[in-house]
Design a protein around this ligand. Structure first.
Ligand code: EPS
Length: 382
């Protein structure tokens, strides 16, 4: 299974093509659009999210509510494009450029991207570097999550900390509704109130905030991924997917950084045999051993840096005049930490769905379901 996305932040649309999905997967807008809306949410987002009401058009590969096995094309319209038609036009001309960006923002792709692709209007960089692109990856990931749900796998994402304020309540699968209802994607109402205050303060200061996200999956069969070769290790593939999301700078499986300071006896999960199968009472490994799922919940924690566009800008250099200047101020978010969890669940879901298809194959969902059920029975009785 593979996918490609295309589209600029203020171009007409975002486009994604998914190839290799099994046929007979029930799929429609109702499986995709709620994920797009979730991605748009969260306290601290900017005005762009008021302009957009993201929804996907399904343009190929699905008939009568089921995948056919052909490539699936998804399109998300950028409503804001109507304000940018001339600026974003592919036709020659348009010099001098309107809304040209020349004061490179520290921490953004602007300066390095300008040098690499030889642009002096850094809008040619930022339009594709923008986190707007994650809308396409969420649409793609929502299809993967649908496939996983048909195979008995469920995911969750929540904000573990934001702007230095920590969620103190331990995660529970029973807290999914509370997380969903929270504009900070945390079940801890006290922490959420403090996070809102911190975001309001950052907004007043013209500043931005990062945080730590946690994504979990349960119901994964034993043995997705492999230990036999570097590029098949699932932890490496998950880390690559996570760090490919704009602003994600650190990833740990389970409590990796905490585990690093403990002796092995306090980290590794003892194995027992109970009621005719294997059991672990702890999950320090975060669901992965030897680059493979071990049947426990997958736990991935991710550090997001604060967004690079500051309303109280940092010093920079104008790439045309080479004079000192203030970094460009583009409309942006004070924080997108709650949205990031949604995006991360989608991109990790994609890696898991891909690993499912690698292990179990299948042109059709029923074949895949039969094979996953057989593998579960084998692992239980092993
Ligand atoms: C985003 C769209 C962007 C930004 C933000 C996220 O829209 P605009 O640039 O028109 O305001 O709100 O993008 C960034 C933080 C970034 O660095 O590019 C979105 O759809 O999530």
């Amino acid at each position: 299974m593979r996918y490609l996305t295309a589209g600029e932040s203020h171009g007409p649309q975002l486009t994604a093509i998914i190839e290799g999905l099994p046929s007979q997967l029930p799929l429609g807008k109702a499986d995709i659009d709620p994920w797009l809306r979730r991605r748009q949410g969260g306290y601290g987002r900017g005005r762009r999210m008021v302009i957009e009401t993201d929804e996907a058009q399904v343009l190929s590969g699905v008939r009568a509510g089921r995948t056919t096995g052909a490539p699936v094309t998804l399109v998300i319209e950028n409503r804001d494009h109507r304000n940018w038609t001339e600026i974003m036009s592919p036709e020659p001309g348009g010099e001098p450029r309107k809304k040209a960006l020349t004061d490179a923002r520290p921490g953004h792709a602007d300066l390095t991207g300008g040098i690499k692709y030889r642009h002096k209007d850094l809008r040619d960089v930022l339009e594709r570097a923008s986190a707007r692109e994650t809308a396409a990856r969420v649409a793609v990931g929502s299809v993967a999550l649908k496939l996983l749900s048909e195979l008995g796998v469920e995911g969750a994402n929540f904000v573990s900390s934001l702007g230095g304020i920590e969620t103190r309540e331990a995660f529970s699968w029973d807290a999914l509704d509370a997380i969903e209802a929270s504009d900070l994607r945390t079940p801890d109402a006290d922490a959420a109130a403090q996070m809102r205050e911190r975001i309001d303060q950052a907004k007043r200061d013209g500043d931005t905030l990062g945080g730590i996200l946690e994504v979990r999956f349960r119901g994964l069969p034993v043995g997705l991924g492999s230990f036999v070769h570097a590029d098949r290790k699932l932890d490496g593939r998950i880390a690559a997917a996570v760090l490919s999301v704009q602003a994600m700078k650190g990833v740990e499986i389970g409590r990796a950084f905490e585990n690093a300071v403990k002796p092995g006896s306090g980290v590794h999960d003892a194995v027992h045999y109970r009621e005719g199968t294997y059991a672990r009472d702890t999950n320090g490994a975060g669901g992965l051993e030897g680059g493979m799922t071990n049947g426990e919940d997958l736990i991935v924690r991710v550090a997001m840096k604060p967004i690079a566009t500051l309303m109280k800008p940092l010093p920079t250099v104008n790439v045309v005049t080479h004079e000192a200047s203030d970094a460009a101020r583009e409309r942006s978010d004070t924080t997108a930490v709650p949205a990031a969890g949604v995006i991360l669940q989608c991109v990790i879901g994609w890696v898991l769905a891909e690993a499912m298809l690698e292990k179990f194959g299948g042109d059709t969902l029923p074949e895949l379901q039969e094979r996953v059920a057989a593998a579960r029975a084998y692992a239980h009785a092993y």
